[in-house]
Design a binder for this molecule. Structure first.
Ligand code: 13P
Length: 230
């Protein structure tokens, strides 16, 4: 299983160091086949020791240049970061990242050989229209994306389940993952959206779920390690 922590705009450099110290004390007990990823904010990117992969939540698709407020490949290379989240619904919504921009970012980081956790997800209004509308919406988020890329991991994160405390139901996750797995040629597929210690066992036992991308419940090292060790 894959357990990925997306800190979003939480934690500082100092609190990330403390978090990683606390997490490392627990990770010795995890199964060797489980893989852990941590995506701290850009200001906390660094070279850390431990049985996990550090990734970037975002970066601009350029080596360097005049992109005020952004970080590029040069800033990631400093810490040997080769993993990135692309397409998160919060970036699509709040940072107005269009499918075209998301696809250009994907192509750039694919070209650099990055491992990409590519996020897709539908809003509540689409979910309420029914399964067919959901799949149509989700598949449109693969426009311009090379799904044959060998370092691609997909994360299905229904927007209405993110940060709401209300995860999708087992049936919703199961049917959506079954259809998505076919569409992405059985690439690893994570679920995200209010995954937490109380529901992790149920979620990771669903066929077609290869792991979780966790926001709120990953912010505390004890809570996240409880999920990994569950
Ligand atoms: P929550 O776990 O807080 O619902 O966030 C999920 C998410 O968006 C991870 O990328």
């Amino acid at each position: 299983m894959i357990f990925a922590a997306n800190f979003k705009t939480n934690h500082t450099r100092r609190s990330t160091e403390l978090y990683i110290d606390a997490l490392n004390k627990k990770l010795g007990a995890k199964s060797p086949e489980d893989k852990v990823y941590i995506f701290p904010p850009a200001t906390a990117l660094d070279s850390y020791e431990g049985d996990f992969t550090l990734g970037a939540q975002n970066a601009y698709p350029a080596h360097n240049g005049a992109y005020t407020g952004e970080i590029g490949l040069e800033q990631l290379d400093e810490f040997d970061i080769e993993t990135i989240l692309i397409g998160h619904s919060e970036r699509r919504e709040y940072m107005a990242e269009t499918q075209e921009k998301v696809a250009a970012k994907f192509a750039f980081f694919q070209e650099q050989g990055f491992e990409i956790i590519y996020c897709i997800g539908e809003p509540l209004a689409i979910r309420e229209k029914g399964f067919e509308s959901v799949m149509k919406y989700l598949l449109a988020q693969f426009e311009g994306i090379d799904i044959s890329y060998e370092k691609l991991i997909v994360a299905y994160e229904p927007i209405w389940a993110i940060g709401t405390g209300r995860s999708a139901t087992v049936e919703e996750i199961s049917s959506t993952h079954r259809a998505l797995k076919k569409a992405i040629n059985e690439k690893p597929l994570l679920y995200g959206g209010s995954a937490k210690p109380a529901n992790i066992k149920e979620i990771i036992s669903i066929a077609g779920v290869d792991g979780v991308l966790v926001g709120s419940a990953s912010l505390d090292a004890d809570s996240f390690s409880e999920m990994i060790l569950s």
